[in-house]
Design a protein around this ligand. Sequence first.
Ligand code: MN
Length: 267
Amino acid sequence: MDMNSTTDVRLGSVAHLLEGLATRRIDVIDLTTKLSHATPTLELPEPFANLIDFSLEEVSAYDQPGPYWKHHNIHTGEHIGTHLDAPVHWITGRDGKDVARIEPNRLIGPALVLDVSDEVAADPDFLLDIHHIRAWETAHGPIPDGGWLLIRTGWEARAHDRQQFLNNDETGPHSPGLTVDCAQWIAEESPLSGIGVETVGMDAGAAGAQEPPFPAHHYLLANDKYGVTSLRNLSQLPPTGAALIVAPLPIVGGTGSPARVLALVNA
Ligand code: MN
């Protein structure tokens, strides 16, 4: 028997995965925005209170407070940079899970990439609707259990500039999101674990005017479905066939957490 065969029945799937990583037949794509004081973050209008941005506070740097080591305190809001929203983040999910209680197997699943970047280029207030997902399913097959729908909007191209990223004008922020029907369908009908977006939040910039307001938050978080934001590099993923790994910190009582989000793809 060929000991190196990838069809060796004695190899479990994890062994195949590790072999694929070692031989570079599986690539790891980092979908995470780097965290710094400059990471663009949500700006709520008056009278609402905003989270603090991320920052590092030096405690020692190989000097008197720590002659052999360097370490920092980190200061950050929960919903900063690439982060996961847990059910308790929203009033409709207030009896649901905090971020530490989300089962790890919900945080790993098939990545499904739906590209609406042309639509968003034509209309920054573009809302994804159920028919877009149905068209994706016609092309790529049914949404699998535990999938994560990653909505590619091209918004990443704005992420270097806070003003372009938030896209505020005198009428408020303008960025893509979901229709009310689509949010309700994902939350109540689909087998998805969650959605991922390139924007600062999983709802549209103008979602405060939808009914109910902020429908992605409203429906998904009420139904134990999750959202991750500020994703990068979705252009490097195929429509299907990638695996997503979402790794928020297990903050007890936390309504969300900055997360490292990785995708495994066939090279
Ligand atoms: Mn959030």
